[in-house]
Design a protein around this ligand. Structure first.
Ligand SMILES: [Zn+2]
Length: 150
């Protein structure tokens, strides 16, 4: 019979206490309490490295550096997620505004908002909090130059 251990494989916390243990204070405020970090204060708004942006809550790969653009807003901005299925949307009418909230489809963590003033080809601007993301730089040319014999 299979081992029960696998039940915990996803590692997604269920309770707020478990989330608090897993996340930093800033991550928790954004992902679980739908907070917004101050503009130009996050770690990733000005990141220009090549790689992938993962959900800070569950590790799911959400955005790629090739879809990141300079929006001038002070938050990491993307014109498209890596896969439409990885993102969930919700209506957000807080602060007297009509906005569309962007959430991680896997863990339900709040990432930011999406607006319709992005660049082509999508015309979308995914305005995401740095605290909701973890950046993983793409492996830079570590492959052997000589062909590997089979
Ligand atoms: Zn997630």
């Amino acid at each position: 019979m299979g081992k029960e251990k696998n039940a915990q494989k996803s590692g997604i916390p269920k309770t707020s206490a478990e989330w608090k243990e897993k996340l930093t204070e800033g991550q928790y405020r954004v992902l679980r309490e739908k907070g917004t970090e101050p503009a130009f204060c996050g770690l990733l708004w000005d990141n220009k490295k090549v790689g992938f942006y993962h959900c800070a809550g569950c590790g799911e790969k959400l955005f790629e550096s090739s879809t990141k653009f300079e929006s001038g807003t002070g938050w990491p901005s993307f014109f498209s997620p890596i896969d439409a299925k990885k993102i969930k949307y919700a209506k957000d009418e807080g602060f007297g505004m009509q906005r569309v909230e962007v959430l991680c489809a896997k863990c339900g963590g709040h990432l930011g908002h999406v607006f319709d003033d992005g660049p082509p080809p999508s015309g979308k601007r995914y305005c995401i909090n740095s605290a909701a993301l973890k950046f993983a730089q793409k492996n830079s040319r570590l492959r052997p130059i000589a062909p590997v014999p089979l």
